[in-house]
Design a protein around this ligand. Structure first.
Ligand code: ISE
Length: 346
């Protein structure tokens, strides 16, 4: 069966999903697009010969659309707020599978609305765009941790570095838009729950930041079993997209392998390529998460990171924001409800 997919939101990530849906994902047809910006709908309707919907709810409700990808803005304090949740809720109401880019919502309270809707219907419809779970290097790292060969994990040192961000990116986005990936991948990697989180703003900032952004920031997370995580978020590093994760275990240190690019020895130096953008570093992961989404729909089930994972992430994000606002003290990370049966396989 070919799944007719509609995409809401055609910004950076939205256009990247258009490209993969139209060119690399099997079993789907790109059958509708929607965005507030006419220049974007004009451009992509021509590029992909696809119908434009003026209203996102019309796209979701249309009989010509079987499943929806929601890639509208989220997590930016100044721009459109809370745009994912109403679209996700409408898709669930229509019993259509929905791929929702991260973060699921702006707050844990909002994420709860998605959980409530799915629990009420007794079925998962949502996959959250935490693509790192489909990245071969993270999958391998998890396999090594799970093997138990190196004993228990004790510490995690992680870095999340971007080359540069523009003026619309502000201090809270370092958590809500960037560290949000680690709020998902770390509990998945460690098979553990979070207990405390903190966000510290070091006094010294890079000269390459701008007035609304404190850069870099340092986050810590402590898990219930006692693993301590430190995470550097540095989004104007001037050097490239650089994701690292080192897991210190009792009998060995495991380091996330970055994808292999040819390294060049020349002129008394050895040079290794660093990707410029996350879409390049995680290209395979982005393609795989979307292919798995489509395969799941064909089997009438939602796969991958769920709304419950979205809630864990937002609860953590809320605690990290609170800590930053209160000078970096540790905040408890407390989920509002016990995990519903519906999400027990995740
Ligand atoms: C962006 O939205 C992402 O998802 C990237 O992975 C992250 O590195 C970047 O900071 C975000 O803005």
């Amino acid at each position: 069966m070919t799944i007719n997919v509609g995409v809401i939101g055609l910004g950076n990530m939205g256009s990247s999903h258009l490209d993969r849906l139209a060119n690399r994902i099997s079993g789907v047809r790109l059958n509708g697009i929607c965005d507030l910006k006419k220049e974007l709908t004009d451009k992509y309707s021509k590029m992909y010969d696809v119908k434009v919907y003026d209203n996102a709810m019309d796209l979701i409700d249309s009989p010509d659309i079987d499943a929806v990808v929601v890639v509208t803005l989220e997590g930016n304090q100044e721009e459109q707020h809370r745009t994912h949740v109403p679209f996700v809720l409408e898709a669930i109401k229509q019993k259509k599978y929905v791929f929702c880019e991260k973060p699921i919502a702006d707050t844990a309270d909002d994420a709860m609305r998605v959980i409530d809707a799915e629990v009420k219907l007794g079925k998962r419809y949502t996959q959250i765009g935490f693509m790192r779970r489909f990245d071969p290097s993270y999958i391998e790292l998890k396999r090594e941790i799970d093997s138990g060969r190196y004993g228990e994990p004790l510490l995690v040192h992680a870095t999340h570095r971007n080359e540069t961000v523009d003026e619309t990116y502000d201090t809270p986005m370092a958590i809500a838009d960037t560290a949000v990936h680690e709020t998902d991948i770390l509990h998945w990697l460690l098979n553990d729950d979070y207990e405390f989180g903190s966000t510290f703003l070091p006094k010294k900032q890079t000269r390459y930041t701008h007035k609304n952004l404190h850069d870099p920031q340092v986050i810590t997370i402590d898990t219930k079993s006692g693993v301590h995580v430190d995470l550097e978020v540095f989004v104007n590093n001037q050097m490239g997209y650089d994701i690292n994760c080192e897991v210190v275990c009792e009998k060995g240190v495991l380091r996330l392998e970055t994808p292999h690019y040819t390294s060049v020895k020349t002129n008394l130096h050895q040079e290794e390529y660093i990707p410029e953008e996350y879409t390049e570093r995680f290209k395979t992961a982005y393609d795989t998460e979307m292919q798995e989404w489509a395969n799941g729909i064909n089997e009438d089930r939602a796969v991958g990171p769920s709304a419950w994972d979205g809630l864990i992430s937002m609860t953590t994000v809320d605690a990290l924001h609170k800590s930053r606002n209160e000078g970096g003290i540790k905040e408890a990370i407390t989920l509002p409800i016990d995990r519903p049966e519906l999400y027990s396989e995740d």
